[in-house]
Write a protein that binds this ligand. Structure first.
Ligand code: SF4
Ligand code: SF4
Length: 109
């Protein structure tokens, strides 16, 4: 299991991480259905779905789609902020590794 690095900084409410959804899938199932990851990539690309990470050892693929969260407000705030029982767990945890969002206010050792 990967060790989580030390996180510093804070959310600057840029809203970038709320503009797309990421879904974890199983590499072997994808290859079984599509023949290869490259075939799956071509198929997904026609619908705007990207494969952004492949972890062979864990048989895991990370898919990304540009679908903004319905709770992302025009001022980039979260409509569920302050309601921990409604806000998804993953939103509380994000980010736990350095991600590709340049405007993110979090830093990692
Ligand atoms: S629930 Fe809030 S923090 Fe989570 S993705 Fe939606 S807008 Fe962002
Ligand atoms: S990308 Fe980082 S700074 Fe921007 S909203 Fe998400 S957690 Fe906050």
């Amino acid at each position: 299991m990967r060790k989580h690095p030390e996180r510093g900084g804070a959310c600057v409410q840029c809203g970038e991480c709320c503009k797309k959804v990421r879904i974890t899938s199983v590499t072997s199932h994808i290859i079984s259905n599509h023949g290869s990851l490259e075939e799956a990539k071509s198929y997904y690309a026609l619908r705007g779905i990207r494969i952004v990470e492949v972890v062979q050892a864990a048989d895991r693929v990370l898919l990304e789609i540009d679908i903004p969260c319905s709770q992302l407000m025009p001022d980039k705030s979260c409509g569920l902020h302050g309601t921990p029982d409604k806000k998804p767990l993953i939103c509380h945890k994000y980010p736990w590794f350095k991600d590709d969002v340049e405007s993110c206010g979090y830093t990692f050792e």
